[in-house]
Design a protein around this ligand. Structure first.
Ligand code: M6R
Length: 609
């Protein structure tokens, strides 16, 4: 989710680069950097923190710089903490580059280069690309050939912009699985990872495709793929800047819901080996002996993250066989605790700054080991925890959490598998991991139900109460569905374990109450939930069933709506079930004219008690 920009033309590049980075800061903001070719030499400036820190550093240079060719980067850390050393551009022997994406095989490449005597100065995956490019340039005819060679060594996703000081009026570009767009001007080109950075300068753009390699000079844009020159159409962008930031969606929330295919693919990168079907979470530095000794995992979080804790409990208990206890962080921090030194406190937090979650983690850390599942690299929780697994959801701007939640579930699933591997108790690893590889595709199919959910939202949007029911792994998803609806639609919603409603809440059911029932196909859960569905159905409830089962004949007589999801595995069903509920809350709020991204009374990150 980093932002990258480039300019080659006849104007001074530096102000254009800084302006472009400013337009992209919403993509990531823990450090920034630029590189220019000035009088045939690379000049690189980098600063940790927000873009304003880099701008301050470059105040004088803004007037003195004459370079008309440069690249820039605003970083959202995935590998290595936010720091000047980890900020882009990364350089090696007269070349430098900026990168957006994840290089999955960076560790093996790093070891190879270190054996050849290369000295690394950062913890990033990107630096290997800079050294590889410098190495290839020594044996290839042109920098473009070197870039092709370098790209052929990489696994993962990338958009690279590179400079070579021997070619002061050229930018070299490579792209696979990460967006890059070229803005076409008069005797100049602008390059960016996202459209907003281009809009102040041009509306004529060329979208690069996966596998493209390009060379840009002020008067020429040469693109090739697999050694063959490509002719690409110049298209006109009609979006305004805010629409462009939201990728054409009307709100951040719906954009972030649709981001889930991409961010979940990122969450799996280099952690899941597609051929051996192994999970590698060595980045957490959890040791086998610690895991084998673990007695209880205490999961803590707030709001949506607390729901992720509930799912994680099911996953860890059923896959790794380790007992888990879940607490609201705000309760855990003041409760009398009986923690054992071999326990683990596992905190889940998108922001890594939630005051209650941080306090619970610190309290746990006084007596035992702590682990965090967190989205923001460099956040307080990620720094205070003994071990961290980052969710890689990228910046989440809408107050209502969506992609952060599902990536937390992916992280919990990966962790459960890794713990089971370390304990030596993992059964059916290949099946468990193979299911994960089908997840991005299944999310994509689920998102195609958007129109169906929008129609359902229109049908129920005026109700003042909604009940959400689920059992097992779907119970926390019922809670999350209710929370989403409450926080952005201001409709009273309750999530309940479906088996519990007969102990009280069934008294609420009348012929005007919408009830969303989550029906996973797993036989026992399906049968039990179906019988709970009948209990409310026979009392007149207006039921919306969400299921990955094919047993529609048994559901149909009791429900007004059935939404059918793809099935990949019981453990991953909660991730897919979350998506129609996110879409439902979104469409209800949007149709009711509410401020979807900034709901009343709420803050994105609650850093006070
Ligand atoms: O940043 P965190 O994950 O620690 O935040 C926890 C909650 O404040 C957060 O999940 C909140 O419930 C969301 N607004 C839910 O959409």
């Amino acid at each position: 989710m980093c932002g990258i920009v480039g300019y080659v033309g006849t104007k001074k590049a530096l102000p254009i680069l800084l302006d472009g980075l400013g337009q992209l800061e919403y993509r990531g903001y823990d450090s920034a950097g630029v590189a220019l070719v000035e009088d045939g030499q690379l000049e690189i400036s980098r600063a940790p923190g927000r873009l304003s820190a880099l701008k301050k550093l470059l105040t004088e240079k803004l007037t003195t710089s004459t370079g008309t060719n440069g690249i820039g980067h605003t970083r959202w850390a995935t590998h290595g903490k936010p720091s000047e050393a980890n900020a882009h551009p990364h350089a090696s022997e007269g070349v430098c580059l900026v990168h957006n994406g994840i290089i999955e095989n960076h560790l093996e490449l790093r070891r190879e280069l270190e054996r050849e005597g290369v000295v690394f100065t950062s913890e990033t995956d990107t630096e290997v690309a800079a050294h590889l490019l410098a190495k290839e340039i020594k044996t290839t005819a042109t920098p473009l050939d070197a870039l092709k060679q370098m790209a052929s060594r990489l696994r993962g996703s990338y958009a690279f912009l590179a400079l070579d000081e021997r070619f002061p009026d050229r930018i070299f570009v490579a792209k696979t699985a990460t967006p890059i767009i070229i803005g076409v001007g008069e005797g100049e080109f602008f390059i960016a990872s996202d459209i907003p950075a281009l809009l102040p300068y041009t509306r004529s753009v060329i979208m690069l495709e996966d596998g493209d390699i390009a060379e840009l000079s002020p008067t020429r844009c040469y693109i090739e793929r697999d050694g063959v020159e490509q002719k690409r159409e110049v298209v006109q962008i009609t979006w305004d800047r805010t629409t462009a930031e939201k990728r054409g969606f009307p709100h951040y929330m719906i954009k972030e819901i649709f981001d889930q295919v991409e961010v979940i693919s990122d969450a799996l990168r280099e952690r899941v080996d597609m051929s051996s079907l192994e999970v590698d979470l060595s980045e957490t530095h959890l040791k086998e002996d610690q895991v084998k000794a673990t007695r209880t995992i205490h999961l803590v979080g707030c709001g949506t993250a607390w729901h992720a804790c509930l799912v994680a409990k099911y996953l860890i208990e059923s896959i790794a066989g380790i007992q888990c206890v879940v607490d609201h962080a705000s309760e855990f921090r003041y409760r009398s605790l009986t923690l054992h030194k071999d326990d683990i406190v596992l905190a889940i937090s998108q922001s890594g700054e939630t005051a209650d979650t941080l306090a619970a983690l610190l309290r746990g850390g006084e007596q035992c080991r702590t682990v965090a599942i967190c989205n923001v690299v460099g956040s307080t929780i990620s720094r205070k925890a003994d071990h961290v697994l980052f969710t890689r959801a990228g910046p989440e701007i809408s107050v209502a959490s969506t992609k952060a939640f599902t990536t937390q579930l992916v992280a919990a699933y990966l962790l459960a598998i890794a713990l089971a591997e370390m304990k030596g108790t993992l059964e059916q690893r290949r099946e468990a991991v193979r299911a994960l590889l089908n997840l991005p595709g299944a999310i994509d199919s689920t998102l195609k139900l958007n129109d169906v959910i929008e129609r359902i939202a229109e049908r129920y949007r005026t109700h003042r109460h909604v009940l959400f029911l689920g059992r097992g792994l779907c119970y926390p998803i019922a809670l999350e569905g209710a929370l989403k609806l409450k926080e952005i639609s201001y409709i009273h919603a309750e999530g309940y374990p479906a088996g519990e409603i007969k102990h009280g809440p069934i008294a609420l059911v009348d012929d005007n109450l919408p009830v969303v029932v989550l029906l996973p196909r797993q036989n026992e859960l399906f049968d039990k939930t179906l019988s709970n569905l009948r209990e409310v159905g026979s009392r007149g409830a207006r039921i919306i069933a969400i299921t990955d089962s094919e047993r529609h004949d048994e559901i149909a007589p009791y429900v007004e709506e059935v939404v059918t999801l793809p099935f990949i595995s019981h453990h991953l069903t909660p991730i897919l079930m979350s998506i129609p509920l996110q879409l439902f809350a979104y469409h209800v709020a949007q149709k009711n004219g509410l401020d979807v991204d900034l709901p009343r009374n709420l803050a994105k990150s609650v850093t006070v008690e």
